[in-house]
Design a protein around this ligand. Structure first.
Ligand SMILES: *[C@@H]1O[C@H](CO)[C@@H](O)[C@H](O)[C@H]1NC(C)=O
Ligand SMILES: *[C@@H]1O[C@H](CO)[C@@H](O)[C@H](O)[C@H]1NC(C)=O
Ligand SMILES: *[C@@H]1O[C@H](CO)[C@@H](O)[C@H](O)[C@H]1NC(C)=O
Ligand SMILES: *[C@@H]1O[C@H](CO)[C@@H](O)[C@H](O)[C@H]1NC(C)=O
Ligand SMILES: *[C@@H]1O[C@H](CO)[C@@H](O)[C@H](O)[C@H]1NC(C)=O
Ligand SMILES: *[C@@H]1O[C@H](CO)[C@@H](O)[C@H](O)[C@H]1NC(C)=O
Ligand SMILES: *[C@@H]1O[C@H](CO)[C@@H](O)[C@H](O)[C@H]1NC(C)=O
Ligand SMILES: *[C@@H]1O[C@H](CO)[C@@H](O)[C@H](O)[C@H]1NC(C)=O
Ligand SMILES: *[C@@H]1O[C@H](CO)[C@@H](O)[C@H](O)[C@H]1NC(C)=O
Ligand SMILES: *[C@@H]1O[C@H](CO)[C@@H](O)[C@H](O)[C@H]1NC(C)=O
Ligand SMILES: *[C@@H]1O[C@H](CO)[C@@H](O)[C@H](O)[C@H]1NC(C)=O
Ligand SMILES: *[C@@H]1O[C@H](CO)[C@@H](O)[C@H](O)[C@H]1NC(C)=O
Length: 564
């Protein structure tokens, strides 16, 4: 087996080198180290070189059978997750108090980092931990300002626009200071957690970078090899309290995690959180800023992990698609890939509510994020296949049995973080599903983390996460994707321009009558919404223009709601 692996590696590296040579020859900008792609790296990320939509070339190599011995200890599950993710997921779910246990756990004695966990592991004590910045306001009552945080610049001038590119708002983001942009090899885009304290997550990723560069150096990296970008996902409370300015994008509650449309500044057609992050990533890949950037990692823990997984599933196909990686840490719930679930609960069985976005791709599909609703409806198989072929890392803490998302939809997935994460992985075990064929996707990785609970910094800075966040595929720049058509992209119209759907006067009258009625109803519904739905309720209605897409373009034009 080692010889097969070596041959595959050699083949992959040879073709990478060819790509690199071609790029070198055609590009006007010099590129760093591109030729000796990873020859010395510990993890050359062979999978990086696989084209999209390939089958599991490496499965037989990666997933050799592990003996079914007693694997109760955390360390054995951790080690097993590297070689046999499905068996590791089974073992993790069989740990005491995991399967279907929503009672939580309060025993933190097994945590290596005690207290709030904002310190370095024992073996990283030589690296000073930079404390999180203080600010005024709160998660519950709204943040009053975005504080300065050492090592970062707060950028409040980047406008993100809607799909028509005729309205926009400013997306504030923190960006780490880089002395020499030509040295940047990788960008890490980090989502906040539920409290929206993005400055903290920027700082935690910076601390993790310092540990990676100082104690786990590969390829001679320096601070400048990495740029960290942390977009602020603020909400209406922060707008009231002052952290968000009137021209800045805010979302409702935590709805940024599921790609909901912005609520401010007022727009006819809002910008979704996923479209906003897309524009940040598009900009980063623009070679004029970082000529030697290879790959971008999108990372998030907890609510940020939810955002990362759902974004990884829905993200539009772009030319740089094969150079994006996703790191998903301890999400509270998941967007499941199929309609099967490990558990059930009568509370959200009706209308397949358990499988409705953001928990799945089925159920009531008008609730899908408007960012990608048309793609899912046009070809769900494409969307799922694309996710399976993306570079996705799952990181799950073996002591994280906190309940997390307590909605009934989440209870269909599991009782707690560890249960849901393990069950999500166990989906792949289904041999009768044509999506999975019983195999863990070859471009995905699973890392169980021992002696850590729901702790963001411990998750970022644990050894295996440092490898995923900073080093996997560091020197690899994969070829561009040729076909960037998404299944829901607007087809070229066959109807001659100018012809209206409602051309006759009689139809117009009926149409106007219907629209007036609908607008009245919409007004009533939207007026009642803030009363019906509390800020953090995931079921708050995701009503953007796109939800009317089944109407004629003419009526859609008039039906746009002005509030969202
Ligand atoms: C890891 O956690 C387990 C379970 O809580 C505990 O028994 C063990 O002592 C912990 N190990 C360390 C090194 O803290
Ligand atoms: C903010 O970011 C945008 C996009 O990268 C950039 O064009 C702009 O120069 C930045 N502004 C400042 C003040 O750095
Ligand atoms: C933006 O363009 C869309 C589609 O053409 C249109 O419906 C909408 O009214 C425009 N918005 C503004 C503010 O002009
Ligand atoms: C890297 O940045 C950290 C601050 O984030 C700093 O403490 C450290 O000295 C820097 N390393 C070098 C080599 O400049
Ligand atoms: C890259 O940035 C330059 C300068 O801001 C801009 O002119 C160009 O259109 C951008 N390219 C892409 C592909 O966004
Ligand atoms: C589906 O969701 C939409 C938007 O939330 C709602 O208006 C509609 O009534 C729902 N349909 C069903 C069958 O529940
Ligand atoms: C949907 O996408 C898959 C690729 O993932 C493709 O094989 C299939 O032909 C597509 N179906 C349709 C109806 O376009
Ligand atoms: C079903 O879900 C509800 C939350 O919606 C929860 O209160 C209830 O305990 C769950 N029932 C079971 C049997 O887990
Ligand atoms: C496995 O996949 C098949 C086909 O999609 C599906 O019908 C079945 O419910 C799945 N089984 C499980 C246990 O998820
Ligand atoms: C992480 O790596 C360091 C350095 O190799 C080692 O001392 C430490 O034991 C590792 N920690 C774990 C939990 O494996
Ligand atoms: C590009 O992909 C789309 C699906 O997203 C597909 O419908 C189309 O046929 C593809 N085009 C080519 C030239 O392969
Ligand atoms: C629309 O048609 C034009 C001309 O036929 C073509 O150049 C263009 O690529 C088509 N766009 C899409 C999205 O298919």
């Amino acid at each position: 087996m080692p010889s097969i692996t070596a041959k595959l590696k050699a083949g992959a590296l040879a073709s990478l080198a060819l790509v690199a040579l071609a790029q070198q020859a055609s590009g006007s900008k010099p590129r760093l180290n591109r030729i000796d792609v990873d020859l010395h790296a510990r993890d050359p990320s062979l999978n990086d070189n696989l084209p999209l939509f390939t089958d599991g070339l490496l499965d037989s190599l990666n997933h050799r059978l592990f003996p079914r011995q007693s694997q109760e200890t955390q360390n054995s599950i951790r080690d097993q997750s590297a070689v046999d993710p499905l068996a590791a997921a089974q073992a993790a779910d069989a740990l005491p108090n995991v399967a279907n246990n929503a009672a939580g756990g309060t025993d933190t004695t097994g945590n290596l980092l005690q207290g709030d966990g904002y310190s370095n592991f024992a073996w990283n004590q030589n690296v000073p931990f930079i404390p999180n910045a203080d600010t005024t306001g709160s998660d519950e009552n709204g943040w009053q300002e975005l504080p300065d945080t050492p090592g970062f610049t707060l950028n409040r001038t980047f406008s993100v626009h809607n799909v028509f590119k005729n309205e926009s708002g400013v997306m504030p983001f923190y960006i780490s200071t880089v002395a020499d942009p030509t040295k940047v090899l990788r960008a890490i885009v980090v989502w906040p957690g539920k409290p929206r304290d993005i400055w903290k997550y920027a700082n935690l990723m910076l601390n993790a970078r310092n540990v990676a560069v100082t104690n786990f150096n590969q390829q001679g990296v320096t601070n400048d090899s990495f740029v960290i970008i942390a977009p602020a996902m603020l909400n209406q409370l922060d707008l009231q309290a002052g952290a968000a300015r009137p021209n800045e994008i805010v979302f409702h509650g935590s709805s940024w995690q599921r790609g909901a449309p912005s609520r401010n500044p007022p727009m006819k057609h809002a910008v979704t959180s996923y479209a906003a992050v897309d524009q940040i990533i598009d900009d980063l890949f623009n070679r004029t800023s970082y000529p030697n950037l290879n790959q971008i990692v999108v990372a998030g823990h907890s609510m940020g992990g939810q955002a990362t997984q759902r974004y990884a599933l829905m993200k539009k196909t772009k030319v740089y698609d094969n150079n994006v990686r996703f790191w998903i840490g301890n999400p509270g719930s998941w967007a499941w890939l199929t309609d099967a679930r490990p558990y059930s609960n009568a509370s959200c069985a009706a209308g397949n509510e358990y499988d409705t976005w953001p928990y799945g791709l089925n159920g009531n599909q008008t609730k899908l994020t408007s960012y990608a609703r048309k793609d899912v409806i046009a070809n769900k198989t494409y969307v799922i296949d694309r996710f399976l072929n993306r570079q996705v890392s799952y990181a799950l803490a073996l002591l994280d049995i906190g309940a997390g998302d307590t909605h009934c939809q989440a209870l269909w997935q599991g009782g707690n973080h560890l249960d849901r994460g393990s069950q999500f992985v166990l989906q792949y075990q289904n041999a009768s599903s044509s999506y999975f064929n019983g195999k863990f996707p070859p471009r995905h990785t699973l890392d169980y983390i021992a002696n850590v609970s729901h702790q963001d910094y411990a998750m970022y800075s644990t050894n295996m996460s440092l490898q995923r966040l900073f080093y996997d595929g560091l020197m690899v720049r994969n070829a561009d994707v040729a076909n960037t058509t998404n299944p829901g992209d607007k087809k070229n119209s066959t109807r001659p321009k100018g012809a209206k759907a409602f051309a006759t006067p009689a139809h117009e009258k009926v149409a106007i009558g219907l629209l007036a009625g609908s607008l009245g109803l919409l007004f009533i519904v939207f007026t009642a919404l803030p009363i019906i739905f509390t800020a953090d309720h995931v079921k708050d209605v995701d009503m953007s223009w796109d939800s009317q897409s089944y109407l004629s373009t003419e009526s859609r034009r008039m039906l746009v709601d002005r509030k969202w």
